[in-house]
Design a protein around this ligand. Structure first.
Ligand code: SAH
Ligand code: SF4
Length: 393
């Protein structure tokens, strides 16, 4: 519990919900309760409020409708009341790049002109959308491209949900009225593994996930959502209680000395503290194992001794170990471990009784792989020297 870590002040970092188009409020990202209050404040009679919430919700999140005029089961007067007060507004899609392997990377612009990246990864049996929770990051993990960019601000709940909706637009995934129900979903999973530390934007991430998980809208089950954290100990149990999704932890090292350098927040909550918290994770069970992410850095954290220490450390925690071959970015101070090394490491972990999948890098040609995201246009960035100094390299 040493070292000064940049203080996190939610108030400063979070902008108020944006009021686009002549001060009209955006409905995207409001939880059901917030939507109810908002509709009542605009003149919806209280006795109708629950019904109206259900109707508007279904139009926005099930059908993907943005124009109140198309919400045809609402009376005309009520449609005009909505149109006079509200908008259904998404962040702006700036560019879309498609990798040779089918991975799509979207650059998305949010209020204030800031940009974040969103990645869609199609696989044979599922499609995963990797979304961002912050512009930049307060943390400075030395192997992560986002960590070289200062935190600009937290995303609002609407901006987080908006990323899922934008991707659905692009993938043509909204249901067509009257068409037979399509059971295959192009976005079957969502991972909070893009830019930012989701647990440092807790309320907005929680509210956004509530919207995404709601059964009458986007309807992704909580077990298809994975939140990845660098290890913000005080928020971990809260995530289980208030969000209830699956958890991944960026572990990456088996001694505090090495983890301090790779994931500097370790100086605040070290390996032992983190593991104790994970042991108490309220939802822990064999069917809801915690994923330990482990980036493979040549000569830094990839020896047999590391693998053995790792399995010893996590003993008793239902877990799987996701090995991530390091993805390079311009100026990165590390190299990817050799393939044989990664396999030898995986083998030790596997023989100790843990699943140890090696994550196939996807979308490398468009810089969409894990840890490569960074909005190129952001001016507020750290120099190479600053990154190296912070990492103690
Ligand atoms: N901020 C969250 C989510 C981030 S990214 C977190 O740190 O957990 C998802 C995963 O990619 C994390 O485990 C992160 O440590 C890892 N990662 C970051 N940079 C990487 C890189 N260059 N190569 C491979 N993995 C990387
Ligand atoms: Fe931030 Fe996660 Fe990157 Fe660390 S790995 S700098 S917590 S985005």
């Amino acid at each position: 519990m040493t070292a000064p870590i940049a203080p996190i002040t939610q108030d400063v970092l979070t902008i108020p919900r944006k009021l686009p188009e002549g001060g009209k409020q955006n409905l995207v990202g409001l939880t059901r309760d917030q939507l109810r209050d908002t509709l009542i404040a605009a003149g919806t009679p209280e006795r109708q409020a629950n019904m109206r919430v259900g109707q508007v919700w279904q139009w926005i999140y099930h059908w993907g409708v943005r124009d109140f005029a198309q919400m045809t089961n609402l009376a005309k007067d009520y449609r005009s009341l909505l149109a006079d007060n509200f908008v259904v507004d998404l962040p702006e899609l700036v560019t879309r790049q498609i990798s040779a392997d089918g991975t799509r990377k979207y650059l998305v612009r949010i209020a204030g002109g800031h940009e974040v990246e969103v990645v869609y990864i199609p696989e044979e049996t599922r499609g995963t959308l990797c979304i961002s929770s912050q512009v930049g990051c307060t943390l400075t993990c030395s192997f992560c491209h986002t960590g070289t960019q200062k935190l600009v601000r937290n995303l609002t709940a609407g901006e987080i949900v908006g990323q899922v909706m934008l991707a659905r637009d692009d993938l043509g995934e909204w249901p067509v009225p009257g068409a037979p129900k399509d059971e295959t979903r192009r976005i079957s999973n969502v991972v909070l593994m893009g830019m930012g530390e989701p647990l440092y934007n807790f309320e907005n991430v929680r509210d956004a996930m509530k919207v995404v998980m709601d059964g009458e809208g986007l309807s992704l089950s909580r077990r298809r959502i994975t939140l990845s954290t660098s290890g913000i100990v005080p928020e971990i149990a809260r995530a289980a209680e208030e969000i209830g999704c699956l958890l991944a932890v960026s572990f990456h090292a088996t001694t505090d000395a090495v983890r301090d350098k790779l994931v500097p927040v370790n100086k605040k909550w070290n390996i032992e503290t983190l593991l104790n918290t994970l042991r108490d994770y309220p939802r822990l069970s064999n069917s809801e194992r915690i994923t330990f992410e482990y980036v493979m850095l040549k000569g830094v954290n990839d020896t047999d001794a590391d693998a053995k220490r790792l399995v010893k450390l996590i003993q008793g925690i239902p877990a799987k170990i996701n090995l991530i071959p390091f993805n390079e970015w311009p100026g990165a101070p590390y190299e990817r471990s050799d393939w044989e090394r990664i396999e030898a490491f995986a083998d030790i972990v596997y023989k100790a009784g843990y699943a140890s999948p090696i994550r196939t890098p996807r979308g490398e040609d468009i810089m969409a792989a894990c840890g490569q995201l960074k909005s190129a246009t952001e001016r507020s960035r750290k120099s190479r020297a600053e990154i190296a100094a912070e990492a103690g390299l």
